[in-house]
Unconditional design. Structure first.
Length: 327
C-alpha cells in the first residue's frame, strides 16, 4: 500500500488530524523534532503536501502569530502550491512561485539555522528551467557539472550537511534544465555517490538516476534488458555501496526515518542484480508500503508496475526462505 508518511508512524497520526483541519498535532510534532534537521525536512515536506489544499496553515498563523515553525511550514505549503500549479499548467504558476520565494526568504530570515527554507527555494528552481534567475545559474565546485542552484544547495548543506531532500531537489532541477538531460543527471548521481559518506541516504541517490535513465532510453526505442542493465559493474558497485554504507549502517538516533522511496530503489536494484538475499532484507524493512518508483520506470508495462513489484518481492522473499544464510 501507499502512504505519504511511510515508516514515520508519528507522522501518520498527525496527517489524520490535518485531514479534519486540526493543526495542533502538526505544531507539536515539529516542536519535538527541534534541531533534528533531516527529520524536520522530511516531515515538513509531507505536511506541506497534506496542508496545501486547505486553510490550516493560515489558521495556525492566526492563532500563534510570530511562530517560527508556522512561518517555515507556510513557506513549504506555498512552494507545494506553486509546484502543483506548474504541473497543472495554470497561468498563474509563476506568480505563485514568486510569492513562495518571498515566503521562503522570510522563513530563512526568522529561522537562520533551519535548512528547510533553503530546501524549499531549491524546489522552486524546477520552475525556472531556462535559468532566468541568477540564483539558478551558479557554477558548481565540480567542473564537469552544469550551472544550477548550487548556492542554494550550499545554503542547505551549511545548515544540515548532506540533507537528503536538498540533493534530490537539485537532481529534479537537472531533469528540467533546458529541456532536461538524463546524462547530466547520471553524472550528478555518480558524483554524489563518489563521496557520499556512510550512513547518509545520499548513497542511494545514484540509483534514482539509473532507473530514470533506463526509462528515457526505452522511450527512444532502445531495446535493453533491465536485468542485464543492473548487473553492470558501475551500477552494481553503487548498489552495494548503498546497501553496505546506508542500509546496513548503524542508524543514529538523530537520523530521519528511512524513506520508503529510497528503500524501493535499493530493493529493486538488488533484485534486478540477482542479489535476492539482500533484496529480501530491504523488502522486509519496507513493510507493507510500496511506491510507484522505480517500478514504473523499469517495467515493460508501466501501468502494471504493481505486478512487477509484487513479483520481485515474492521472488526475493522466497529465495531468502529457501537459502538461509550460513551460520
Amino acid at each position: 500500500m501507499y502512504h505519504p508518511a511511510g515508516l514515520d508512524h508519528e507522522l501518520h497520526q498527525v496527517l489524520e488530524e490535518l485531514e479534519v483541519g486540526r493543526w495542533l498535532a502538526m505544531r507539536n510534532l515539529l516542536a519535538r523534532a527541534e534541531d533534528r534537521w533531516g527529520l524536520r525536512t522530511a516531515r515538513t515536506q509531507v505536511l506541506a503536501a497534506a496542508a496545501a489544499g486547505s486553510t490550516v496553515i493560515q489558521e495556525w498563523e492566526t492563532e500563534e502569530r510570530g511562530s517560527v515553525d508556522a512561518a517555515v511550514t507556510r513557506a513549504r505549503v506555498m512552494v507545494e502550491r506553486a509546484l502543483r500549479a506548474e504541473r497543472q499548467r495554470t497561468a498563474y504558476s509563476w506568480q505563485l512561485a514568486q510569492e513562495a520565494r518571498a515566503a521562503c526568504e522570510a522563513a530563512a530570515h526568522c529561522a537562520p539555522s533551519d535548512p528547510v527554507p533553503w530546501v524549499s527555494m531549491l524546489a522552486l528552481a524546477q520552475l525556472d528551467p531556462r535559468q532566468s534567475l541568477r540564483e539558478n545559474r551558479w557554477l558548481p565546485a565540480e567542473p564537469t557539472l552544469p550551472p544550477g542552484p548550487w548556492r542554494l544547495l550550499h545554503g542547505a548543506d551549511e545548515r544540515d550537511q548532506h540533507n537528503r531532500e536538498a540533493y534530490h531537489r537539485l537532481l529534479a532541477f537537472l531533469y528540467v534544465r533546458h529541456g532536461g538531460s538524463p546524462g547530466e543527471a547520471v553524472d550528478y548521481g555518480r558524483w554524489v555517490g563518489s563521496w557520499a559518506p556512510a550512513g547518509t541516504a545520499l548513497r542511494v541517490l545514484p540509483l534514482y538516476t539509473y532507473a530514470r535513465s533506463y526509462w528515457y532510453r526505452r522511450q527512444r526505442g532502445d531495446e535493453l534488458l533491465v536485468r542485464q542493465e543492473w548487473t553492470k559493474e558501475h551500477i552494481l558497485r553503487d548498489t552495494l555501496r548503498a546497501l553496505e554504507g546506508w542500509f546496513d549502517h548503524e542508524v543514529q538516533e538523530s537520523s530521519p526515518v528511512r524513506s520508503v522511496l529510497d528503500l524501493s530503489h535499493l530493493a529493486h536494484a538488488l533484485w534486478a542484480a540477482h542479489h535476492f538475499q539482500d533484496a529480501a532484507r530491504v523488502f522486509t524493512a519496507k513493510g507493507p508500503y510500496a511506491t510507484s518508483e522505480p517500478w514504473r520506470y523499469v517495467s515493460d508495462t508501466p501501468d502494471k508496475w504493481r505486478e512487477d513489484f509484487v513479483r520481485a518481492r515474492t521472488q526475493s522473499l522466497s529465495y531468502a526462505r529457501n537459502h538461509p544464510p550460513a551460520a
